[in-house]
Design a protein around this ligand. Sequence first.
Ligand code: FES
Ligand code: FES
Length: 192
Amino acid sequence: MTKPGHIPMLPQADKIGWSASVNGKSVSKSVESNAILLDVLRDYVGTLGVKRGCDMGTCGCCAVLINGEPRLSCLTLAQEVNDTDITTVEGLADGTHLAPIQETFAIYGGSQCGFCTPGFLVVAEALLRSNQNPTKDEIKTAIEGNLCRCTGYQPIVDSILAASEILSSNEGTIDSTQHQSDPHPGFIEEDN
Ligand code: FES
Ligand code: FES
């Protein structure tokens, strides 16, 4: 808050009304006219699954879906996406049921420290909605804007391929006993 007599070094932006459907719920807020979508989602809407990584468009952590299309929220003015349909990672699950892409990330080790995971999940979801049977090359192209320091990327590609198998088989389930979910498997007892 500006104190009486204080001269701000930066001009104060006016407040504007902002509204959108975020994960299926109507949201209306009063935000600064120059507010960045990432800040609005985290600070006003409370969707903390949207991560701030680089804040400059290079890591993909902040990706969300705007009317179904992946966008970097750190490079998007909130007022540009007024009255749109926004999906964050919190909106992927169906109630208590994980989306196939969330399930396979857990099973195939697509998530380790997890910081990059919301961005990957959102981008992968957008890919699978438009193409249920992507090739490995199509997956690599889709996620080329997302950085991960932990996994080496192969478990992420495997997770997306496995989700595409679930979606195309329409079974909605996966045999989790067939794959190692722990990316750092510890000591395994041998049978005597
Ligand atoms: S925080 Fe937006 S791309 Fe890194
Ligand atoms: S899981 Fe750690 S940065 Fe990707």
